[in-house]
Each structure stands twice: as C-alpha cells, then as structure tokens.
Design a protein around this ligand. Sequence first.
Ligand code: PEP
Ligand code: MG
Length: 889
Amino acid sequence: QKFVYDFTEGNKELKDLLGGKGANLAEMTNLGLPVPPGFIITTEACKVYLDSGHEPAELRDEVSAHLDALEQKMGKKLGQPDNPLLVSVRSGAKFSMPGMMDTVLNIGMSDASVAGLAAQAGDERFAWDSYRRLLQMFGKTVMGVDGELFEEALEEIKRAKGAESDLGLDAADLQQLVEEFKSIVLKEAGREFPQEPREQMDLAVRAVFDSWNTDRAKLYRRQERIPGDLGTAVNICSMVFGNLGPDSGTGVAFTRDPATGHQGVYGDYLQNAQGEDVVAGIRNTVPLADLEGLDKASYDQLMQIMTTLETHYKDLCDIEFTIERGHLWMLQTRVGKRTAAAAFRIATQLVDQGLIDEAEALQRVNGAQLAQLMFPRFEEDSKVTRLGWGIAASPGAAVGKAVFDSYTAVKWSRSGEKVILIRRETNPDDLNGMIAAEGILTSRGGKTSHAAVVARGMGKTCVCGAEELEVDTKRRRMTAPGGIVIEEGDVVSIDGSSGKVYLGEVPVVPSPVVEYFEGRMHAGADDADELVQAVHRIMAYADRVRRLRVRANADNAEDANRARRFGAQGIGLCRTEHMFLGERRELVERLILADTDSERDEALGALLPLQKADFIELFEAMDGLPVTVRLLDPPLHEFLPDITELSVRVALAESRKDANENDLRLLQAVHKLHEQNPMLGLRGVRLGLVIPGLFSMQVRAIAEAAAHRKDMKGDPRPEIMIPLVGTVQELEIVREEAEKVIAEVEAATGINLKLTLGTMIELPRAALTAGQIAEAAEFFSFGTNDLTQTVWGFSRDDVEASFFTAYLEKGIFGVSPFETIDRDGVGSLIRSACEAGRAARPGLKLGVCGEHGGDPESVHFFHEVGLDYVSCSPFRIPVARLEAGRAAA
Ligand code: PEP
Ligand code: MG
C-alpha cells in the first residue's frame, strides 16, 4: 500500500484517498497550472493512525523519499540554514470542512534558518515575521498552547511601538517577538519549540491527523452529514509567499458569482499578506477586479486560468492563489459552494454553454436548495429603519433577537426564541451559535469569510461585512450609523439576498419561485426573472425523467387546488379526521357517547351529508386524478375533551349543585375511553370495527359523492384506504361491509363507481404479513410516520422534544428517523413488504404518505424500492418532483 503521492501522481477523481484539496492540487498540476510542488499523505495513513494511535510503519520512509524528490526539484533542503526550503502542512478531507481542521505554515523555520531565509528573500523583516508565524501556528495547533497568549504578546509589542498593525513592526521587533513566543511555548507546553525541521514536519502531520477528531470538527460533520470515519489527507506543499512586499499578495476568487451565478470577476485580494489573513477576515480585502491595476500580468493570467478551470471542471470553481513578487501560484481549487439560486442558474447556464447535459444539470441542484428558494422574502416597500448594508452572503429573510455570543444564541434558542447571531467576525468556535440562530450578521469579512462560507453550507441566512455597524461583543451591543444602539434582545431583521440589515421585525412576502408554482408568474413572461426561468427548465427536466408520481396529502379543496398547481398527480392521503374538527367535533362527541342504536344512527345521519359535501369538493378539485380517502383514524383523545379540564368543570358544577347531565355522561365516557397510550390504542381500523356504522357512513359518503360527480359529468377517482391494519382479518371485515354499501349506492344510482379499496402499511405486523394483506388490498400506502414510531418504539409526538437532541449529539443518527427514512430498519421492512405484496398481487399499487414522502433523501429510497408514488404536503410537491427526477436521471 502506497501512503504518499506526489502532486504529479494524483487526479481529481481520487478524493477518497487524497482528500478534496490534494486531489485538486494534483489535477491542477497535471493541467500544467502553476502549483507549488508538493506531495500528499493519504487518508488511508490517517485512518491507520486514528485506529491504532501510530502512523503506519512505512510512512516515514515514503515521506523521506518524497521530501528528497521535492528538495531536488526546488534546489534547496527543508530548513537548510543558508537556503531553506519551507513547506506548509495542510489538512484536506474528502469533503471540505472550512476552518475546521489544522494547518501549519512555514515549517522549516528555525534559529538556524532565519538568516538564510532573510538572504534568500533579501528581506530580514520578512524572515523574522515568517518565524514568528510558525511559532504562533505551531505553538497553538501542534503544541496546544492557548493562541490568546501569542495574540496578547503581539498586541503588547504593537502598543509599545505605537504600531497600528503588524506592518508597523520592524525586524528587531519581530526578533524580540520570536524570543517571547519561544518562551511562551516553553512555559506553556513544557518543552522547547523543536528546531529540527523534519521533526517539525512530522509533528505537524500528526497534529493534522488529530484535528480530524476535535469537537468542532465532529460537530461540523454531523451537521453536514459527513461520515466520521473518512479521515483527512495531509498536503505538504512548498511555501510561496504573498507577504514579500507590495508586488506580492494573496486572494480568493470564484469563476462565477456564487450568489447569482453571473459570470464576471468575483473575489477578494489582499496585498502583502498570507492566505490565512484572508480566510480569517482579519484585514479588509479589496475586490479582485482591483488586481488588474496592481499587477496586470498576474491578473490576466489568473483570468485565463479561471476559464481553463471552469471548462475543465464544467462547473463553478473557487480558488485560492498567491502572488509572490509578481509570480502567480495556485494554492487550491474546488468546485465551489453556491447559493440555491445560483445552483439553478448555473446548471441551466452550463447546459446552454454545452458543457453539461440535462441529466447532469439535475445532479447540480437538489430539493433542499429548491425548498430554500421557496422561503419568503422581506416586503420591499414596508416602512423600515435600515441599520446598515453588508454583503449578501447567504440568502433568506431572518428575523430575531440580537445576541452577541454563541452561548447566548444556543441558550435563547433552546427556550424557543428566534435569534440573530451578531459578531464582528465568526470563527469555528461560533459553530454552535450559528446552528442555533435564524441568521448570522457580521461587521467584517467578505464573501469568503468564515461566516459566509459556513452559513452558505448550512443554508442559513447570512449578511457579512456590514462595516457601518460597530459590534461591541463585550458590552453586548451594536451601534449603527446615526447612533442607533441595538442591545442584546432587540429585534433585528437581516436579508441575506440583498445584504440589508433592519431594525425591528420586517414583514415578509412570498418568493418568486412560489409565485411561479402558484401560476401567478409565468416563466415565459418577458419580465420573469432568470431564477424562475431556471427553475422552470429544471423542473421540466425532472418531470420528463422521473418514474415516481407525486401526490399530495390534502384534506380540503383549497389544499387540493394548490397541490394541483404545484404539480400533484392526485391525493395520496386525505385524513378524514381533519374534516371532523371545529364545530363538527360535537357531532363526533355525540357519536362516541351514543348508548343506543338510534342515538348512534342519528349522529351518523348528521355527519353523512357533511362528509359527502366535503368529498364532492375534493373530487371536483382533483377531477380525473386519484384521491385516496382514508377512513377515520383519530387517536380518540384528540376528539374528546381533556380529562383534567372536564373533571374540574364537573367538580365545580357539582359543588354548586348544577352539574349538567351531558357533562356527567361525557366525563364517564372520557374515563372509559381514556388511554395511557392513545397512539397505540383505539385508532384506525380498530375504531371502525367497534363503532358500528362509522366506516359504512364514510364509505357511503364517498360513494354518493362519486356518483354525484359522475352525474355532473365529472371524473372522480376515489380510493378508499383503511388505516392501522395489523392483520388481513381486520381488512376483510371492513372490505365486506364497504362492498355492501358500495353495491347499494350503485344499485340506487345505476352508476358503476369502480371504487378501489386498499390499506395503509404502518405497523410492523402489517409489513411482515404484507403477502397476506395484499390478498384483500388493491393498494398499499406506507404510513411511515406510524411505521417509524412502532419500529423504533419512539413516540412520534414526544421524542423529538425530549431526547433526540442528545441522540443527535451522540451521533446515534445524523438526522431524525421521522424526517429521513431509516433505510436499514424501517426501510428494510418497506422493501420486503413491497416484494411480498407484489408477489401476492402482481401490479399492486404502492405509495407512501408519511412525512418522508416529501423528504429529498427518502424520495430516492422510495424510487429505489419501486414505489409508484410518493405523497406529501402541497408545499413539498416541487421538491418531491425534483428529487424523483434526480433519482431517475
Ligand atoms: C403515517 O402514519 O405515516 C400516516 C401518514 O398517517 P398519520 O400521520 O395520519 O398517522
Ligand atoms: Mg398513521
């Protein structure tokens, strides 16, 4: 096994082995772009180290061989006193984890090599500055010294010299600082800073390996759903310097605007600085376009390289580069993160440029991004006080109370407050607060600052670099121009699409994408925005290729109509219990309380016309499309008064001696029907079997409504669905009763109704005996909410609020199984039920109507197991259509 690869040996497909950064450095090297020479230690070596606590035995010799070759190529040796080679040691996992892991620059600096570097660069100050940077980074990341101590020493010397920034320190000052840093290291770490260059390198490599498992890296991986066992590669790269004077500098750039997708010159440049200065947002950068005036040759070369990269990767790339005394070097590239809107635009732009085809375009976007585009925006002409204007770093409209530190953000959000995290700039320690906040606002840093990159990754609203705002984290307040002071707890609104920051709560308006789906904006219209056109095209690709049909969960005509506009191909779940809420609840109460047949018939008789009218509306809204009507499935506690409240009312009335007969009966019934576990109690088919006439009434209402619609020349296609079935016997009894009613209605109306009858599969027993159940069911619809509840034994109403946070933190699962289908457990039951069901009844129609039907990842699973359709809430229909298309493409 080979653990070390030269840049010339790798390529961009080897991300698993070489990490994203290494694979792309190799790719650029082989494209002939100016990459400083170097080599990569593989993720495999990291995994061996993480598993065993030791580097693989062969690693040392392999590194030596590659280092020799590098030294030959560069004509100098690592740390060589008179002509030192310096290297950077950088982490680089398969997936980018910005700022999460360690990097050490200037390895090779030592007491012995300072003079050599000074002579090499013709700059003594630079040499001492490089040394102090190594001490600082190495001391902090490798030797575990508190970074603040170095910062303080640096501040102290600046104060003593009256220097504004570190540029105001001369060689002698920096030399003094080096001595101080060395004694800080000795005092804090209990050992001398290692002077031997190879030892520096080996220790830095190990520190990078270790940084895979820091708390913040683990948290980030969980958030981003990056597996914990991938490990990181380590890139060892000869140093080039952006801090060698005004003809040097460093920058980051995008081949297109990551916020809109527009082509142009996007990036930031910082003269006379090293890369870390830009990423950390420490000094303010200038727009990349200004580089043209500073160094035209490098600028032109950079533009040329960006075109090469975009054509080669066929996608938006972001890059890091350094200019060393007029020589341009590429330090990194990767396919760049982008906003949701840009993803859609870029995908269609690349199709138009002939770089990718439609199937590939579908892979360039996803349902989560589409969902983001459906978020509302701030109302433009509402009366607002603008506090400031920053960089639109990650879109969305966020409103919340101002908080100035992560701890408070987490604390307040746990108690249900919406918060905006306001910082001068964020760093990886702010991650928890960023997750907890509705949005993030910073006063410093550009589009590539930590806040911007991380927020975009999380899909969180972010405005950064709002420089007019003065953030004072110590006093927990922010001052806006005009002296407006925002204290902790004051409400602010931030617009991540425009970069504007407002005082107070700003009203929000729907997104243009929703307006488009609603049919209020047409993609073909002259003024339709580019985004709407892009979404329109991508949706058309998805609809063309997808195999899954998409239905809606809808219980009334209004939802059904919206669902239809959003592209629903029917209703997969009409929950009839939702038709019994409000003032009709009393009728249900009467039904439950009925002691005699005549009382019961009376209650049912009152419900029948109401139900029938509901169904007529629904069938009309979905004319020509299937409508799955599920018979009543309420856990009874949802329909009866609360036992405590009612007891108190009755007790009070009794003490006043005016207890009402009805309340007394009701209380008796509530006592009788009270269940410890209503979700596992008298629900679904069980209720239909014990309340005579209930299901018959509902079936009659469906049949009569269908007959009525046919009379009106409509095309009703109802499917009757029985909930919570555990055994085929339950279904057989209901089916017999239903068929009788349907026959009666058909005879009375003379219309052949062609009703079908099927069942939900939402209990493990139903899934396990799906073959038997299919004998009595014309379709299955997986109720993955209850199935998840019963397979895991997780109460669906309680666990997310009680212990799921702990489960997520411990990494037991990366996402709630109520949100994304648990493939291994619940999913395997679904898979086998599908097979058994179809074996027993070829052509059995299969669908899903639990919440998972609209979850992007779950949709892919349902495609794989061969369902015919997914059903989800109306607003998620576009997402499901898109994901169904992506699954099939
Ligand atoms: C389900 O259990 O997945 C389902 C769709 O039914 P309900 O959520 O109404 O229980
Ligand atoms: Mg259910």
